[in-house]
Design a binder for this molecule. Structure first.
Ligand SMILES: Nc1nc2c(ncn2[C@@H]2O[C@H](COP(=O)(O)OP(=O)(O)OP(=O)(O)O)[C@@H](O)[C@H]2O)c(=O)[nH]1
Ligand SMILES: [Mg+2]
Length: 454
């Protein structure tokens, strides 16, 4: 665990040349450090302010002859990001200059910050809870506008607020139960069985809602899987290679070329997804053969798909293009593509995107359709950032199980002490989610994923 009583400093602006660069510091020595490098325009000392202040001035750095103009932002007390004194020096965005400033500040009492240490301090000072700290990470790493919306909503308390309310109501319920234990011989219940059951049921519903909010598609990634399916030789691998640009799936005129599945990461202007090429789905009975294994793998991939690109060969006769046979997946969204339209072909398929790998026709339309579909699919996914979702799932499940057991105990008149014990377990688990209950290794795991300066 990092100490809290020293002063940390880091470059807070991203690497690379920019008009403005920011060095941020936090800790008790902020003022001393600032006084060592900063002068106001009239050569006066930095102001002794009691509220957040911004002043113009200049900095003098070791080994650099001229003074550099800068703005100093000062948060002198608890009303800051970290909950302690914070200063930011906004100056020219030159990396060597910012590094010189960092070195100078380290010689006058600051030390280099670890990744995420500013946000860790904010958490330890009670400024943000763990879900909000992770939302900061979500905002930094957001890959598209929807992920940004989700992270900002979480940062604003979208998860913290309902969790806080739920914990408050369980704490007050526990207090009522415990008050009843102290006055057990008076035979006057502080809370009736009906009220107890009702409040536990309310809590259960609140946990179910939180579980729904954190339901994300996978433990490690909320990435959308776009799977290309179709009959052998339909042009799937050709499409895969074109969409993934530098992919090199085997393409040949022999049906059954692709035997396993291949994946590639796609990024359409910040909208990311995973593209999967599968083996052609043979319809005849191929039991025990390699075709059967390939077919099984394709069926499995198409079931895992969030979006299917159903690839139909425009030179096949209409009866050979069964668009509905490629795996059953209730929630899947389909984009139907008719390939090889540069060749003389039969009839059209209503709603299909017409493409040719030879002339390039229809490929931009297809990219646009994938992008829109992925964006729409992401929207129905998790409502919290992926890191939080993965971390919270187990705790919410345990809290739910405890509340459920508590209700069963109430129903079977099993004793209020046991109900109270289950509520305590639920409270502990919910406490882990917000960080009211935490261990150092949990904090290390969360904050080490941050960048330095945040
Ligand atoms: N003229 C033309 N030929 C194409 C087009 N797309 C694919 N082909 C040809 O069709 C044949 C099959 O293409 P693939 O991309 O290997 O088809 P596939 O669906 O991956 O085939 P399997 O992996 O065997 O299921 C190859 O000879 C390609 O060159 C196209 O748009 N126009
Ligand atoms: Mg193929």
């Amino acid at each position: 665990m990092h100490p809290l009583d020293d002063t940390i400093v880091a470059i807070a602006s991203p690497p690379g040349g920019a008009a403005r660069g920011i060095v941020r510091m936090s800790g008790p020595q902020v003022r001393t450090c600032i006084e060592a490098v900063f002068r106001m325009e009239d050569n006066a000392e930095p102001p002794h302010c009691t509220t957040p202040t911004v002043v113009a001035g200049s900095i003098r750095l070791d080994g650099i002859a001229s003074e550099l103009p800068c703005d100093l932002y000062l948060w002198p007390n608890r009303k800051s990001y970290t909950g302690g004194p914070v200063a930011e020096i906004h100056t020219l965005g030159s990396r060597p200059l910012l590094e010189a400033l960092l070195r100078t500040l380290c010689t006058v009492g600051a030390r280099l910050a670890e990744p995420g240490e500013f946000t860790l301090r904010a958490f330890l000072a009670g400024k943000v809870d763990l879900t909000q700290a992770e939302a900061v990470l979500g905002v930094i790493n957001a890959a598209d506008p929807h992920q940004l919306d989700v992270a900002l909503a979480q940062l604003a308390g979208g998860l913290a607020r309902p969790l806080h309310e739920l914990r408050e109501s369980l704490i007050s319920l526990l207090a009522h139960l415990e008050a009843g234990f102290d006055f057990a011989e008076e035979d006057l219940p502080f809370i009736t069985t009906e009220q107890l059951d009702e409040q536990l049921a309310d809590a259960e519903r609140a946990v179910a809602k939180l579980v729904e909010q954190t339901a994300s598609r996978s433990e490690t990634s909320a990435e959308i899987r776009v799977v290309i399916v179709g009959l052998p030789n339909a042009g799937k691998s050709s499409l895969f290679n074109t969409l993934a640009r530098d992919a090199d799936a085997l393409v040949s005129e022999h049906p059954g070329t692709t035997r396993d599945y291949l994946t590639a990461e796609l990024d359409f202007d910040g909208v990311k997804c995973q593209l999967v090429d599968t083996a052609g789905m043979v319809t005849k009975n191929t039991s025990g053969s390699i075709e059967e294994a390939a077919r099984a793998a394709s069926v499995q991939q198409s079931r895992l798909a969030d979006v299917q690109i159903v690839c139909l060969d425009s030179t096949d006769s209409p009866g050979d293009r069964p668009a509905d046979q490629f795996g059953v997946n209730g929630g899947v969204v389909r984009i139907v593509v008719l390939t090889k339209i540069d060749l003389p072909n039969g009839c059209d398929v209503p709603g299909a995107i017409l493409t040719s790998g030879v002339t390039g026709e229809g490929l931009d339309e297809l990219r646009g359709a994938i992008r829109r579909t992925v964006l729409a699919t992401v929207k129905s996914g998790a409502e919290v950032v992926v890191g939080t979702a993965a971390r919270c799932r187990e705790s919410l499940r345990m809290a739910d199980a405890s509340l459920n057991r508590a209700r069963q105990i109430v129903a079977s008149d099993g004793g209020e002490e046991l109900v109270a014990a289950e509520i305590r377990v639920a409270l502990d688990e919910l406490g882990k989610v917000v960080g009211a209950v935490y261990t150092d290794d949990v904090l290390d795991r969360i904050f080490s994923r941050f960048c330095i300066g945040k």
